[in-house]
Design a protein around this ligand. Structure first.
Ligand code: ZN
Length: 257
């Protein structure tokens, strides 16, 4: 029987520092650990409790399969990776991938380094239009190809729209015409939802003991929202956005959108 490891949660940016004071890497588990107990220099990275397999209030049947799923531009939480504190990201990600059997929950593919296909975490939300509350309801494990489809606006910006459309057709069995209708409908919904400033309900994470990185202040959020509109429009000059929202310059795309 293998001895239970003294696991560490080491953020990627701190790996050299942890290694220098004795942390070791388990290549199978893909995690850092302390080779023996009592190493005080490693205490700050001691692993927290495992994240439960089902997050509080989570609905794993919500939003099955593959579809274009655009996050409103008024929402700062566009990417779970950037909004969860570094120290908690690894244990959250590990739970999401493990419970999915290390396969994409939309198409079933596993990671493949040669094909540049990885596993990624994607958020599913429900929207209460009357109360203007956007509630995180599910975290789903997607492969790079499927994740690119869900963030179709960002795919357009990166010049990946044709591949994303082809992947959508392949995975869902939609006809090309059905896929185009679906994409257009997703952008219309995104436009409508982006007019609302949503109050976020992230209790699914916070009640599981996950710390969130601080949200930007209101001014920054407004800027982020405007940049999102610009970047979406930059990659999408086909008139899906109202004229006043068309960009007058280029804007760097933020990852994850
Ligand atoms: Zn997939």
């Amino acid at each position: 029987m293998a001895v239970e490891r003294l696991w560490l949660d080491v953020p990627f940016a701190e790996k050299d520092e942890a290694k220098a004071v004795g942390a070791r890497w388990d290549g199978t588990a893909r995690r850092w650990y302390a080779p023996r107990s009592g190493m005080t220099a490693l205490e700050r990275w001691a692993a927290g409790a495992e994240v439960p397999d089902l997050l509080p209030g989570e609905d794993r049947s919500l939003g099955s399969g593959l579809f274009v799923d655009l996050v409103p531009s008024s929402c700062w939480f566009t990417n779970v990776r950037s909004c969860v504190a570094d120290k908690d990201w690894d244990r959250l990600r590990r739970m999401i991938y493990t419970r999915a059997g290390n396969r994409c929950e939309a198409c079933g593919a596993g990671p493949d380094r040669d094909a540049k296909r990885w596993l990624e975490a994607h958020e599913r939300w429900i929207y209460d239009d009357a109360r203007r509350i956007q509630t995180l309801k599910r975290l789903i494990c997607l492969c790079t190809g499927c994740h690119t489809v869900t963030h179709f606006g960002f795919a357009e910006i990166r010049g990946l729209a044709p591949q994303a459309r082809a992947h959508l057709i392949k995975v869902t069995g939609m006809t090309p015409a059905e896929a185009d209708l679906h994409i257009t409908a997703a952008f219309s919904l995104w436009e409508e939802r982006s007019r609302i400033t949503w109050t976020l309900d992230l209790t699914m994470l916070t009640e599981a003991g996950i710390d969130l990185a601080s949200p930007p202040d209101a001014d920054t959020r407004a800027t982020v929202a405007q940049e999102t509109l610009s970047t979406q429009a930059t990659g999408n000059p086909s008139g899906r956005l109202p004229r006043q929202l068309q960009p007058n310059g280029t804007t760097e795309a933020s990852p994850g959108r």
